[in-house]
Design a protein around this ligand. Structure first.
Ligand SMILES: *Cc1c(COP(=O)(O)O)cnc(C)c1O
Length: 360
């Protein structure tokens, strides 16, 4: 018997998540993973590495609760928001019986996590404007335990309409968890659903230190929910999900000073984004620049795969979104430093625009 044949059926069929890192590339301008473009410095202060860490480091939980305007019993910390996505499936979905729902184009980890655990994916594409198709979702909610909604959505870049989220929360009350993935909410803080937690016991919010907090390499994320949900997740989380150095640095990032520095970075990135959008609108190969509430912009490009390849060969690495439903010809560009944005625009300016015969 081959080792391959020993593996679970769904694992053999699984296509692993193609992260920006796994896709590789030999770049010096990395605009493909929505990271902050430069490193923020930290000192390690906790030296007791002979001891196991706390499962839920108290200072990190207290500081995140204060930052989010919630109480510590609303907060779970984990190895990135990605672990939060997975814990929800492990705690709420019976393999081979229950389903999750998501609405593409969106973030890829919801389906990868579900497939890993043998949980069905109910896929309901968004409308043409990338907002939720509430009637289609309502028609397919049977057996769905968790709905993942990314807001602002990756890779399209816009917030989901609050009224649609209200409608969804009413439809699902008592039956289904609604998970709002707010990985980019620091770039549009007015869009958060944290104040809705007191109204909806089945609402869950995902957060991360990987984007606006500039700590993708730290692997630290948060699940915000009512205490009943948090208690269930604590049953399935690993005994030591965060190492001592991670908790140490996370606590520093969530100090008053750390949060002020984050807001400074958000202002700077928003500024760079505006500059980049204006330059892209003057670039022949760019057909459309979509509005963004985040640290990336989605663009529709003439001959997108050629442009992607040409930039890749010049060391400028973007994320090709052409394979996602309704995103043919679309590339996602993370906002880099001002210099990186300028290098990108210069390279794009060299690309041909649509030929006269190609114009509608
Ligand atoms: C980056 C990202 C995550 C993952 O966050 P980590 O904390 O790095 O695991 C989750 N959801 C979305 C939409 C993201 O873009």
């Amino acid at each position: 018997m081959s080792i391959e044949a020993l593996a679970r059926d769904n694992v053999r069929k699984l296509v692993p998540y193609l992260s920006a890192r796994r896709l590789g590339g030999n770049g010096d301008v990395w605009l493909n993973a929505n990271e902050y473009p430069t490193a923020v410095e930290f000192q390690l202060t906790a030296q007791t590495l002979n001891r196991y860490p706390e499962c839920q480091p108290q200072q990190v939980i207290e500081r995140y609760a204060r930052y989010a305007g919630l109480t510590p019993d609303n907060v779970l910390v984990s190895r990135g928001a990605d672990e939060g996505i997975e814990l929800l499936i492990r705690a709420f979905c019976e393999p081979g019986q229950d389903a999750i729902m998501y609405c593409p184009p969106t973030y890829g980890m919801y389906s990868v996590s579900a497939e890993t655990f043998g949980v069905e994916c109910r896929v309901v594409p968004t409308l043409a404007d990338w907002q939720l198709d509430i009637p289609a979702m309502a028609a397919q909610l049977d057996g769905v335990k968790v709905v993942y909604i990314c807001s602002p959505n990756n890779p399209t870049g816009q917030l989901i309409n609050p009224q649609d989220l209200r409608d969804l929360l009413e439809l699902t009350r008592g039956k289904t968890l609604v998970v709002a993935d707010e990985a980019y909410i620091e770039f549009c803080p007015q869009g958060t659903l944290t104040t809705w937690l007191s109204t909806y016991p089945h609402l869950v919010i995902l957060r991360t230190l990987s984007k606006a907090f500039a700590l993708a390499g730290l692997r630290c994320g948060f699940t915000l929910a009512n205490p009943e949900v948090i208690s269930l997740l604590l049953k399935v989380i690993a005994p030591y999900p965060l190492s001592t150095p991670v908790a140490d640095i996370a606590a520093q990032a969530l100090s008053e000073q750390g949060i002020a520095a984050m807001r400074q970075r958000v202002a700077e990135m928003t500024d760079n984004r505006q500059g980049l959008i204006e330059a892209l609108q003057q670039t022949p190969c760019i057909e459309q620049v979509f509005a963004s509430d985040t640290n990336y912009v989605l663009v529709k490009v003439t001959h997108a795969s050629d442009v992607f390849k040409s930039l890749w060969d010049q060391g400028i690495i973007l994320r090709d979104q052409s394979k996602q439903p309704s995103l043919q010809g679309c590339l996602r560009i993370s906002i880099g430093t001002r210099t990186e944005c300028q290098r990108l625009v210069a390279a794009l300016q060299q690309q041909p625009g649509p030929q006269p015969t190609e114009k509608q």
